[in-house]
Design a protein around this ligand. Structure first.
Ligand SMILES: Nc1ncnc2c1ncn2[C@@H]1O[C@H](COP(=O)(O)OP(=O)(O)OP(=O)(O)O)[C@@H](O)[C@H]1O
Length: 411
């Protein structure tokens, strides 16, 4: 188990992580979510002893990483896939890591097979694509057959097939009873991969709950209602009737209405009483991505400006929120990792039922599980303006001897 208590990291007057407390348990994939610059990598680096906390502590199995007995066999990590000696072959890179940690050479070939790099094992890694580099980083993390695994943005640069492979690998590792902690800024990916979520914004804890609880706490049900396109006055009439009955009504981009706070039968009755014919009345559930965006919207450091001239972002009516697409998520299925240069048959996905139950009232964005300071209130020292890109690099740090992402030259 990984346990952080009051973890805080300051770089000068920049507070990267503030008073973070959480536990990452074995037997589950725990997703570590947050917008860019929210402190995920900094937290991971502190877990691995690559950065010292300004205050607070973080332990693995009760020990700080640097005091962990036989750390390379207990903890594996992918922090920066680029931190590899490019002149070495993938196999030699892994062999040198294995030697340093007393891991038998045969394990190198095993992990090369697991990540699908066996056919390019003798090629220099500097010729590797981003995705192949990620696979090599994952191979290094698996080298010691560790019980605790940390992956920082492991799907970066991977194609859809690679993303599915990583997803299934994480799940398989957790199913074996290992502790799997994986960071991402993509809620959609984490919703498919993780069992539990830790969400941070500007270095602070926003949520710590199971994916199931996150969905039920944050995915508001709503109804889509459509009146005849040919009679706009009916839409207006219905909007007034639904609003007077306590519903929240928002326009959808295609001319339909999004109605929250009223059950479907009630909407139907109100429409009937108002003499409004309906062309559509259907139950929907706001996507998890939308719930995550709402939760973190006050704590995003880097935000694009609208380019209305280019038509990239259309202005919405006053008070309206942008409607989101209804989710249709694919079902994961396990298959062996293919070599990166060969396309494997994609197992495809059966869309999950995207519809929630009708009529439930919308819940507040972060719900009861929202923890710590409110989003949008940064800790002292956290600037509201965009900061410089992180300078953190595993290669430049006093790394533990088997940190798989550390350049061998740096050791
Ligand atoms: N060595 C450093 N010196 C100064 N500031 C740093 C350093 N490392 C990180 N930061 C700052 O701390 C904040 C958190 O950075 P961090 O890389 O941990 O975020 P992140 O959530 O991993 O972001 P991303 O999703 O973009 O990788 C950022 O504002 C970053 O600029």
């Amino acid at each position: 188990m990984i346990e952080a208590v009051g973890l805080t990291k300051r770089y000068g007057d920049k507070t990267a992580v503030y008073n973070l407390s959480f536990q990452v348990r074995p037997g589950a994939v725990t997703g570590f979510l947050g917008p860019n610059g929210s402190g995920k990598s900094t937290t991971m680096r502190m877990i691995l002893g690559l950065d010292n906390p300004t205050s607070g502590r973080v332990t693995i199995g009760g020990y700080p990483y640097r005091k962990l007995p036989n750390a390379p066999r207990q903890v594996g990590a992918l922090i920066d896939a680029k931190a590899v000696h490019g002149g070495r072959s993938a196999r030699n890179h892994l062999l040198s890591l294995a030697q340093l940690s007393g891991i038998p050479a045969r394990r190198v070939d095993e992990v090369l097979g697991v990540v699908g790099l066996q056919d390019v094992a003798r090629k220099r890694s500097k010729g590797f694509s981003l995705g192949m580099g990620q696979r090599l980083g994952i191979a290094a993390a698996l080298l010691g057959d560790p019980q605790v695994l940390l992956f920082d943005e492991p799907v970066n640069g991977l194609d859809p097939e690679g993303i599915l492979w990583v997803r299934n690998l994480m799940k398989a590792l957790a199913a074996e009873g290992r502790t799997v902690f994986v960071s991402s800024h993509l809620m959609s990916e984490m919703a498919l991969t993780a069992d539990h979520l830790i969400v941070i914004g500007r270095g602070q804890l926003l949520a710590d709950m199971s994916v199931k609880d996150f969905i039920s706490a944050n995915s508001a049900d709503f109804a889509r209602v459509r009146t005849p396109d040919t009679e706009p006055q009916l839409r207006e009439k219905l909007t007034i009737a639904l609003t007077e009955a306590g519903g929240q009504v928002l326009p959808e981009q295609d001319g339909a209405l999004r109605v929250m706070g009223l059950a479907l039968p009630r909407i139907s009755d109100l429409a009937h009483e108002a003499g409004v014919r309906l062309w559509e009345l259907s139950p929907h559930q706001a996507s998890l991505e939308e719930a995550y965006m709402r939760m973190t919207q006050g704590v995003v450091d880097y935000r694009s400006t609208a380019d209305q001239k280019a038509g990239l972002q259309q202005p919405l009516p006053p008070g309206a929120q942008p409607p989101m697409p209804v989710p249709g998520q694919g079902q994961p299925g396990w298959y062996a990792p293919p070599p990166p240069q060969h396309a494997a048959p994609h197992p495809g996905g059966t869309p999950a039922n995207p519809y929630g139950g009708p009529g439930a009232a919308p819940r507040p964005p972060a719900g009861p599980a929202l923890q710590g300071q409110a989003p949008g209130q940064p800790p002292s020292g956290a600037p509201a303006a965009p900061a410089a890109a992180p300078a953190a690099s595993a290669a430049a740090s006093p790394a533990p001897v088997t940190d798989p992402t550390t350049s061998e030259d740096a050791r």
